[in-house]
Design a protein around this ligand. Structure first.
Ligand code: UDX
Ligand code: ADP
Length: 457
């Protein structure tokens, strides 16, 4: 039986970093070591300027770092020293070969599994944290167990449900923690070791255990259900714009039915983030590989609707700005895929910006936390792209504003001042429905919300 004292996490990203930091904070009796192959990322974790922006993270890291939390690039030594290893490396969608565009690219993950098997000198519990296709744990188990040494490995699946922007709160007060294990004596013992860690701060009834495949599948299904709600309400926003209904009134009316619930019914320019699209594509690929075409088609539609919503947003801009954007300057207000994060992965702002550039508009991008990531996302784009942290400066001489991220600071801006500095007629497309549209219309803007009547002059 493996007794855990030293815990390693491979991959110091959006998942690994915050998760281990909170565990270290809550479990001072264990040692936590986070490793990554990316030296600059590790240097940033060891500095005052953390590599990711996440409210509350800095305080947690400052308290635990140097006590029972350390960051390094010494992956192999870390493996040797640990009794429990979380694997939290990236698993992007494959861009080549079989399953390209749908299946998960498991090369980083498999390299990690082989490396663990090679360098380990003692038995270990290996915990999948990255979202992986169902039955990956089985493959991991086989790679690990194919080592010729006299040591054993137990593989657990412990999917992460944190959302960016609220990661620390989600980790401190999770709705549930899910741990999947093999239903053997040693599998259940390994599961109990991880349960013991979570029990330091999570109520026992919230720590759910399951068989390993149920745990893996639950992660994909949770994200698919959440994304499906966003696509469902976004489909209705198109209908609202075509009729005289108001999507916010519809959301409120249906969300007050306790069977439906009010969360994830906010209509927007579309969902982004590193998980939703990737996980649904994974689900689609898995369903297809089991010959379940109808199931695959059903879930694929969630993504089709999300693509449609983004496309519709750009078409609305073109149509209402007199069918031409050539030579016009447009402010992209917000580039992160949601508020309170600097993460831009799969952000609808990427699609919108690229389409505007194709129409020969020039764009200026303003975001309180995501400008550096935006530069990376758009590095291969042709056309005029500027970046400006000050929204007032950014709006000067613009023909239109496309609001892409629901940063609360954007609600507090002086839109009368902004209007004055813009080219007239001035347009505002609120891709998040966060502004007071009546007020902004009064100032002089032509306002185009999502799923609500446009207010034009
Ligand atoms: C998601 C899941 O919520 C989390 O449990 C999982 O671990 C990882 O994936 P995340 O992608 O960080 O988290 O953010 P989330 O809050 O789910 O938002 C995803 C996208 O949906 C964002 O672009 C957000 O703006 C959009 N969204 C969300 C809407 O457009 N409307 C809503 O009502 C809710
Ligand atoms: P997530 O959002 O899932 O946390 P990220 O891309 O933010 O994804 O983080 C994954 C991290 O895993 C990256 O910092 C990357 O450098 C790291 N990584 C990938 N492969 C390996 C590996 N073989 N060993 C150590 N770290 C790795």
């Amino acid at each position: 039986m493996i007794k855990v004292k030293n815990i390693l996490c491979i991959g110091a990203g959006y998942v690994g970093g915050p998760t281990m930091a909170v565990m270290a904070l809550k479990c001072p009796q264990y040692n936590f070591h986070i490793v990554d192959i990316n030296q600059s990322r590790i240097d940033a974790w060891n500095s005052d300027n953390l590599p990711i922006f996440e409210p509350g993270l800095e305080e947690v890291v400052k308290e635990a770092r140097g006590r029972n939390l350390k960051f390094s690039t010494d992956v192999e030594q870390g493996v040797k020293d640990a009794e429990m290893i979380f694997v939290s490396v990236n698993t992007p969608t494959k861009t080549f070969g079989l399953g390209a565009g749908e299946a998960a690219d498991l090369q980083y993950w498999e390299k990690t599994a082989r490396m663990i098997a090679e360098v380990s000198e003692s038995s270990k519990i290996v915990v999948e944290k990255s979202t992986l296709p169902v039955r990956t744990a089985e493959a991991m188990s086989r790679i690990l167990k194919s080592n010729s040494k006299d040591i054993s490995f137990e593989v657990l699946s412990n999917p992460e449900f944190l959302a960016e922007g609220t990661a620390i709160q989600d980790l401190l007060n999770p709705d549930r923690v899910l741990i999947g294990s093999e239903q053997t004596k040693s599998g259940l013992q390994a599961c109990q070791e991880l349960v013991n860690i979570y029990k330091e701060w999570v109520a026992a009834e919230k720590v759910l255990t399951a068989n390993i495949w149920s745990a893996e599948l639950s992660k994909l299904v949770a994200n698919a259900f959440l994304a499906q709600r966003v696509s469902s309400i976004n489909s209705i926003s198109a209908l609202c714009e075509a009729t005289e209904a108001n999507v916010e009134e519809v959301s409120l009316a249906i969300g007050t039915d306790t069977r439906i619930g009010s969360k994830f019914l906010k209509s927007s320019v579309g969902f982004g983030g590193s998980c939703f699209k990737k996980d649904i594509l994974n689900l689609v690929y898995i369903a297809q590989s089991y010959g379940l075409q109808e199931v695959a088609d059903y879930w694929r539609q969630v993504i089709i609707m999300n693509d449609y919503q983004q496309e519709r947003f750009v078409l609305k801009m073109i149509k209402n700005m007199f069918n031409t954007l050539a030579g016009k300057k447009i402010l992209i207000l917000g580039f992160a895929f949601k508020a309170n994060t600097g993460d831009t992965r799969e952000s609808p702002a990427i699609y919108v910006t690229k389409k505007l550039l194709e129409e020969h508009a020039s764009v200026i991008i303003c975001d309180p936390k995501a400008i550096e990531s935006a530069k990376i996302e758009l590095k291969d784009c042709k056309g005029t792209i500027e970046y400006e942290i000050d929204p007032y400066k950014a709006a000067e001489e613009c023909h239109a504003i496309a609001l892409m991220t629901e940063w609360s600071s954007f609600k507090l801006l002086d839109y009368a001042k902004i209007y004055k500095s813009m080219v007239k007629p001035a347009f505002l497309f609120d891709g998040r429905n966060i502004l007071d549209h009546q007020e902004i219309h009064k100032v002089g803007f032509n306002v185009y919300p999502i799923g609500k009547e446009a207010l034009t002059n």
